[in-house]
Design a protein around this ligand. Structure first.
Ligand code: XBP
Ligand code: MG
Length: 253
C-alpha cells in the first residue's frame, strides 16, 4: 500500500513542550491553588512515565507526595487543578513561549503540497493542541489535520494504542497507509501496538527510551542547512526528513 497519511504525536514531537511548557503550567496551577508542590525538571522527567496530566497528578500523589490527604472528591479536586493548569499552559503558548521543533513546519507544508493527509494523535488536552497549532502556524493550520485525536476522547491513554486507532478510524485509514511520528517510549508503544511504522525524534527527556521498534530514530526532523543526526535506521539522504524519506521508510518491510 502507498503512504497516504502522516499521524503526529504532539508533545515532544511537534514541539518540545514538556520541561518549559507543561511543567511550568503545572507548577503555576499548584501555586495558584496554595499548594507547596513544585515539580523540578528532574522530578517531572520521572512523572512523565505516566501520560495524561490528571493521571500524572494522581501518580505524583500516589508515589511521591504520599503524605498529602486528597479530599473525598479526589477526582474533582484533580480535575479542577488540571483545568487551571491547562489555562496557564494555553496562556503560555499564547505568548509564543514554545516554538515548533526543527523541520516540523517545513514537513507539514511539504506533505500538504504533495497531497499527504495528516492527523494528530496525542495524550494532551485538545485545547492545548489548538493553542500550539494556532500560535505557531496560524488559525488556518487546524484545518491541515483531518482529526485531532486528543486526551480523554479514548478510554485508555498511551502506551495503549487507542488514540492512534481512533485517529485512523476517523480518517478511514489502515495502518499500512500511514507513518507515525513520536518522541517517547509510551508513544512508540502506542503507535506500534496500533500497527504503525513509527519515526522517532528524541528529546532531552526521552533520549534513553527504548526505540528498537522505530523505523528511524533522529535527533530532530532537520531542515536544509540544519541536518538531523540519524541514531538508528536508514538516515535521510537529504539530511532532513522530507516526503520522499517518509515514503522510503513506509516502503520498508
Ligand atoms: C504528552 C502527555 C500529556 C502532556 C500534558 O502527550 O502525556 O499528558 O504531558 O498534557 P503526547 P495534559 O506526547 O501524547 O502529545 O496535561 O493536557 O495531559
Ligand atoms: Mg509525545
Amino acid at each position: 500500500m502507498q503512504l497516504s497519511a502522516l499521524l503526529f504525536d504532539v508533545d515532544g514531537t511537534l514541539a518540545d513542550t514538556e520541561r518549559d511548557g507543561h511543567r511550568v503550567a503545572f507548577n503555576a496551577a499548584f501555586k495558584a491553588a496554595g499548594l507547596d508542590w513544585e515539580w523540578s525538571p528532574a522530578l517531572y522527567g520521572q512523572l512523565l512515565e505516566v501520560t495524561g496530566g490528571k493521571e500524572r497528578i494522581r501518580h505524583y500523589l500516589n508515589t511521591v507526595n504520599t503524605d498529602f490527604h486528597l479530599p473525598d472528591d479526589g477526582d474533582t479536586f484533580i480535575a479542577s487543578l488540571h483545568a487551571e493548569k491547562t489555562r496557564f499552559y494555553t496562556e503560555l503558548l499564547g505568548r509564543g513561549e514554545v516554538p515548533l521543533r526543527p523541520g516540523v513546519e517545513r514537513l507539514l507544508n511539504e506533505a500538504r503540497e504533495q497531497g499527504l493527509r495528516m492527523g494528530i494523535a496525542t495524550t494532551t488536552t485538545p485545547a492545548n493542541v489548538t493553542a500550539l497549532i494556532e500560535n505557531t502556524l496560524g488559525a488556518d493550520a487546524m484545518r491541515w489535520f483531518e482529526v485531532i485525536a486528543a486526551g480523554d476522547i479514548v478510554p485508555a491513554k498511551k502506551p495503549a494504542p487507542d488514540i492512534f486507532q481512533y485517529a485512523m478510524q476517523q480518517m478511514r485509514l489502515v495502518p499500512d497507509e500511514c507513518l507515525a511520528f513520536e518522541d517517547s517510549g509510551n508513544g512508540i508503544r502506542s503507535s506500534t501496538a496500533a500497527g504503525l511504522k513509527t519515526l522517532v525524534t528524541i528529546n532531552g527527556y526521552t533520549r534513553d527510551h527504548d526505540f528498537s521498534d522505530a523505523v528511524s530514530v533522529l535527533d530532530h526532523l532537520g531542515d536544509p542547512g540544519n541536518c538531523c543526526r540519524s541514531l538508528a535506521g536508514m538516515p535521510p539522504s537529504a539530511g532532513f526528513v522530507d516526503v520522499a524519506y517518509c515514503q522510503q521508510l513506509h516502503a520498508q518491510s
